[in-house]
Design a protein around this ligand. Structure first.
Ligand code: SF4
Length: 312
């Protein structure tokens, strides 16, 4: 597969292209908040959560957990229908760790979306240490009945960096979970963060090099950012953090895309914080221009996703 000259004028395998090719119609993700918590917040794996996590459990665009999941879904889908009458949806369980609960709770959460009208898939964000054998078995069954994606927040392969931001699990835990999910052919999207201040660009490239050798189907690349009133913003009152510069971020992302196998779907290349709550870096607000400049840079260098991916 060579994406050099294709894909909505991009040079990487966009999520938009993946959806258009697979479904041949407009598909929208609807972010939901199922009111789970996270073992890295409640003391099971850690307390306080990952340093960059927002108060909403990194689900800033998810619905209001005071509303039922159906209401959260309906509010957004009704808006979408006005713009795209034939739109279909992926129910995206975004906030906190959405497999951190009993099988009963998981079934109550996900089953109503399996055969729901106009829902083509379910996307579940979670942590690899929230996937025991029983849960994997349930997800394997779910995968037979819907287009299932599991999103895992790895962020980095470097243990010392993971300790710095308080990830609360080791790389081997990720590897075990990935292996188990892939044994059941479940699609896995991995999140990484560029710009951890304890890392060099070389270390960030090493994370992508590592992932390029793993059996993953999607990736979300974020930059480190801080929201006002978040744990990292409070940390910055007493510690200096130099956010990545915009140009350095674009350069790095282009090099990371070159390393990724062409089939890996790039679901995100920027941060995902709410604009009015952003503390820094302020350049990250203009997401569209960042994406445009990544594409421009790839064109100028005549490069593309997978250009440096070792094929043998
Ligand atoms: S694992 Fe996710 S939800 Fe939990 S603290 Fe870290 S970023 Fe937040």
């Amino acid at each position: 597969m060579n994406f050099k000259y294709t894909l909505d004028d991009k040079r990487y395998h966009t999520f938009n292209y993946y959806l258009k090719t697979k479904y041949k119609q407009k598909i929208a993700k609807i972010s939901l908040n199922a009111d789970f918590t996270c073992p890295n917040r409640d003391g099971t794996s850690g307390t306080g959560g990952c340093l960059f996590c927002s108060d909403s459990g990194s689900g800033d665009f998810a619905g209001d957990p005071k509303d039922s999941l159906q209401l959260q879904f309906d509010k957004v889908s009704q808006m979408m229908k006005r713009k795209w009458p034939d739109c279909k949806y992926i129910a995206y369980f975004q906030a906190n760790s959405n497999t951190y609960g009993s099988i009963k709770k998981l079934k109550e959460t996900f089953e109503p979306f399996v055969n729901k009208k106009d829902v083509v898939g379910i996307d579940i964000a979670t942590r690899p240490d929230c996937l025991n054998d029983e849960i994997i078995e349930y997800l394997a069954d779910l995968n037979q009945r819907t287009d299932l994606w599991i999103e895992l927040g790895l962020q980095t392969i470097h243990e010392e960096s993971a300790q710095w931001f308080n990830r609360g699990y080791s790389l081997s835990v990720f590897e075990k979970a990935l292996h188990q999910l892939r044994e059941h052919n479940i699609s896995v999207c991995v999140h990484i963060i560029n710009g951890l201040p304890v890392e060099t660009s070389e270390m960030m490239l090493q994370t992508v090099e590592y992932l390029s050798r793993q059996d993953i189907q999607g990736i979300k690349i974020h930059m480190l950012y801080a929201l006002k009133n978040s744990r990292i913003a409070r940390y910055m009152e007493t510690h200096q953090i130099d956010f990545m510069e915009r140009e350095a971020y674009i350069d790095l992302v282009v090099r990371q895309l070159e390393l990724l196998p062409p089939h890996v779907v790039v679901q995100r290349l920027t941060g995902d914080g709410k604009q009015d709550e952003l503390y820094g870096p302020l350049w990250s607000i203009k997401k569209v221009t960042i994406l445009n400049d990544i594409t421009k840079r790839m064109k100028a260098l005549d490069t593309y996703q997978g250009q440096r991916y070792p094929r043998s």
